[in-house]
Ligand binder design. Structure first.
Ligand code: MG
Length: 375
């Protein structure tokens, strides 16, 4: 097989509801992504997706498109897409960083190879460990009363894990949110606290001391992504496992966090981590050192979510809580049929070839605000 054309579509789709995050991110109204079609001479089209969100990532939709056109595509056109490992190694050498653009390419390669052989991508990722995964659902920043109403609705919808976003309010308010949620729902729901880099080390320690017995099941990325020493200090005081999200994009960052014993778990996001090959390596490194993995998401559309589900169902070391496969439900629309894999708080692995989802061409056209063809 041979790659002969790459198409890129910058799409923007409004959230179903505006999403309030930490101080660093503010309130978001639209989800942006770059959708990739990787064409082969044989007529197979692989789908990829990049989900940049500054300041979560260095990348933006525009950088993903330009870097793919100028730096990555020249090393892809004419190549055999089945040589995934060789392509990865070559791009690692030729292009620095840009993990989200890399991720779109890598997902598309797995989709092409799966489709060419009539097998699901999980067969290329080591085979299945499980058929289904429970979902988590995130809730944005709010009052304890708003949290309670949101969590009650989630329980009705079949969810058993909630990710409560913090980092936007004074610590005293966040402590109240935690203790209220734990007292009211602790016996029914696993609770993840994600402060999205919104706190200082001191604020995080204040939170930990303030919640006393109301421990969350996981505390994610309370502080700035590059503060490894801070994470270590927090881990030593935390009453629950500590996970890195923004801190672990590259494989190198994963090795540093493991060596420094800074966290207990990694939030894997297939786009953030540069695609399936790199995300799998990070998960395997974690497994070798006894760390667990949360399959997490950016504001993913169905292609990244499908790639993530293929990997999540193949990994042996996932945390025993819900995982982030509800991203498309937060959007007013999607450009794929991924949502058919979700029901009643559970995601089920699709059996189709490649990533196992279909693209809706009309919707892709409707939501595209910028387009690039590289051949
Ligand atoms: Mg997070």
């Amino acid at each position: 097989m041979k790659i002969n054309k790459i198409e890129l579509f910058h799409i923007s789709i409004p959230f179903a509801e505006p999403y309030k995050l930490s101080k660093a991110y503010g309130t978001l109204y639209n989800a942006e992504a770059v959708i990739m079609k990787l064409h082969t001479v044989e007529g197979i089209v692989g789908l990829g997706e990049a989900d940049p969100l500054n300041p979560f990532s260095d990348d933006t939709p525009a950088t993903v498109m330009v870097v793919t056109r100028d730096q990555l595509a020249p090393h892809l056109l004419g190549q055999d897409p089945t040589h995934i490992s060789a392509i990865e190694t070559n791009l690692d050498m030729k292009v620095r960083g840009n993990l989200m653009a890399r991720g779109a390419i890598n997902m598309a390669l797995f989709d092409v190879v799966g489709k060419a052989n009539g097998i699901p991508a999980y067969m290329l990722l080591g085979g299945l460990h499980r058929l289904k995964l429970p979902l988590l659902a995130p809730i944005g920043s709010g009052t304890p009363g708003e949290d309670e109403a949101s969590i009650q609705q989630l329980i009705k919808d079949g969810y058993r894990t909630v990710m409560i976003k913090m980092g936007a309010l004074p610590i005293a308010d966040e402590i109240k949110r935690m203790t209220s949620a734990k007292a009211r729902f602790g016996d029914q729901m696993s609770i993840i606290i994600d402060a999205n880099q919104g706190w200082t080390v001191a604020e995080t320690l204040e939170f930990i001391d303030g919640i006393r017995g109301s421990r969350p099941d996981l505390l994610e990325q309370p502080i700035e992504h590059d503060d490894v020493d801070g994470l270590k200090r927090i881990r030593n005081r935390a009453p629950c496992p500590l996970s890195a999200d923004e801190s672990v994009a590259s494989i190198r960052e994963a090795t540093t966090l493991i060596r420094e014993q800074a966290v207990d778990a990694f939030s894997i996001k297939v786009s953030k981590n540069g695609g399936l090959s790199k995300a799998k390596k990070i998960a395997e490194l974690a497994h070798a050192f006894g760390l667990k993995v949360l399959m997490n998401s950016m504001f993913d559309f169905g292609i990244t979510q499908a790639a993530s589900l293929q990997l999540g169902c193949a990994l042996p070391n996932l945390l025993d809580i819900g995982h982030a496969y509800m991203s498309v439900l937060r959007m007013s629309d999607d450009i794929t049929d991924f949502d058919q894999n979700i029901s009643n708080g559970i995601a089920t692995i699709p059996t189709g070839p490649g990533l196992g989802i279909n693209l809706d061409e009309d919707k892709l056209q409707k939501y595209t605000k910028d387009y690039l063809k590289i051949a």
